[in-house]
Design a protein around this ligand. Structure first.
Ligand code: AMP
Ligand code: GLY
Length: 423
């Protein structure tokens, strides 16, 4: 069959790399893609939210499966757009429908879902511009640090954690009254701070059945020792060493099963990945957030460990026969280190030539913000390339990635040298 992947990051290169290994895939397209997806697929230069253009591409190329990488098209309802169109309704779309994508599109919606289904999460209240004073009063009832979350999508920047109550009040006002995050902060969720270590659990569901995929831990801060500004993610490890069988069964029973059942009870149609952001407090798992897609760079360590034919698995998602599939996972650890442009996550330069990719041995280079220009691979974003390796231990995997990074170069290259430091 012919398959289209939407997106242009390291996540999408990894999905394309995995799908390209399937005998079931005849022609693979990625829109818009990057220099990495160009190795294994045909790039099509259209945006991921340009539904009209996507429709044309699908019809012109006899595409029968669309895999949605990022959240934006899902929250805007791409799956519903396909179902409502006579010519597209039989195309399999991997990604939830709009109503379910609100789990990522609205923090308040996600919190209401979690409470309705008794899934462990931080206590919270939500506020709007008319209830700022109530928000101040709620902050007074909490202990520092204070967690404020813009309700809507804010490109990963909408969560602010502050130690000082006056700063927290000023932030609340900036979000609600001064529209700091535009319409994304029309509502703000304030929640109790949970102190623990984070991990992510990935679940694939056909709406009824589900499979738990490998866990992963990502490193969000730009600086070593988890310091400095938040980024999209600077590296990841899978599996998470502290997520042992007992902890995983708590996650399954208290979080995954009630989530999948909750989707059905609430009539939220879901065929796709559920990315559950968790925090381990003592020995208990709590949900920090839902995302309705795979994580980036978590995908770069999760999918390489999946032994199954990914197209076969996606077909089972589309046909609601995921219960018939046995998921096989590589026992080895995988680690990825993200190479970023100097300056990121603030201002950075683009167009730097990346050299040494062909000399990588024993690791995989998943391209992210990288594009082809005159036959050269050049930087085109903040996060440029994720170097993934396997090892019998995560330490071994990380070491291999760092060895290969020595062979790579671009002007103002930056990366964290301490991925896995806290494990
Ligand atoms: P989110 O966008 O919801 O993933 O939040 C971004 C980051 O903020 C998370 O990865 C956590 O590190 C942190 N965070 C969010 N909510 C909480 C909370 N209730 N307690 C502690 N940290 C939190
Ligand atoms: N790495 C975090 C995310 O994809 O949201």
């Amino acid at each position: 069959m012919n398959i289209l992947i939407l997106g242009s990051g390291g996540r999408e290169h990894t999905i394309a790399w995995k799908i390209a290994q399937s005998n079931k895939c005849k022609n693979l397209f990625v829109a818009p893609g990057n220099s990495g997806t160009a190795i294994v697929a045909t790039n099509i230069p259209i945006g991921v939210t340009n539904f009209k253009a996507i429709k044309e591409v699908v019809l012109n190329n006899n595409i029968t499966m669309v895999v949605v990488g990022p959240e934006d098209p899902l929250v805007l309802g791409i799956h519903d757009f396909f179902l409502e169109d006579e010519a597209l309704k039989n195309v399999a779309v991997i990604g939830p429908q709009k109503a379910a994508a609100e789990l990522e599109g609205s923090k308040e919606f996600a919190k209401e879902f979690l409470f309705r289904h008794n899934i462990p999460t931080a206590a919270y209240q939500s506020f709007n511009a008319n209830s700022v004073e109530d928000g101040y009063a709620f902050l007074e009832t909490l202990k520092p640090p204070y967690v404020l979350k813009a309700d809507g999508l804010a490109a990963g920047k909408g969560v602010v954690i502050l130690e000082d109550i006056d700063e927290a009040k000023a932030e609340l006002k900036a979000m609600l009254v001064d529209a700091k995050f535009g319409i994304a902060s029309t509502k703000v969720v304030i929640e109790e701070f949970l102190d623990g270590i984070e991990l992510s659990c990935f679940v694939l569901t056909d709406g009824v059945n589900y499979k738990i995929l490998p866990t992963a831990k990502d490193y969000k801060r730009i600086g070593e020792g988890d310091t400095g500004l938040n980024t999209g993610g600077m590296g990841a490890i899978s599996p998470v060493p502290f997520a042992d069988d007992i902890f995983m069964s708590k996650i399954n029973e208290r979080i995954v099963i009630p989530t999948i059942n909750g989707l059905q009870k609430d009539n939220l149609p879901y065929k796709g990945f559920v990315f559950i952001g968790l925090i381990k407090v003592g020995n208990e798992p709590f949900v920090i957030e839902y995302n309705v897609r795979l994580g980036d760079p978590e995908t770069e360590v999760v999918l390489p460990r999946l032994k199954n034919d990914l197209v076969e698995v996606f077909e089972a998602v589309a046909n609601q026969t995921l219960d018939k599939i046995g998921i096989e996972i590589d026992e080895r650890s995988a680690a990825t280190v993200m190479l970023v442009s100097g300056g990121y996550p603030e201002a950075y330069e683009k167009g730097k030539v990346i050299s040494g990719i062909e000399s990588i041995k024993g690791s995989i280079a998943f391209h992210a913000g990288a594009q082809l220009k005159d036959d050269k691979v050049v930087t085109s974003g903040g996060r440029v390339m994720a170097i993934t390796s396997f090892g019998n231990t995560y330490q071994e995997a990380i070491k291999k990635s760092y060895q290969n990074i020595e062979r790579l170069h671009f002007d103002k290259i930056n990366y964290r040298k301490d991925i896995g430091f806290d494990l």
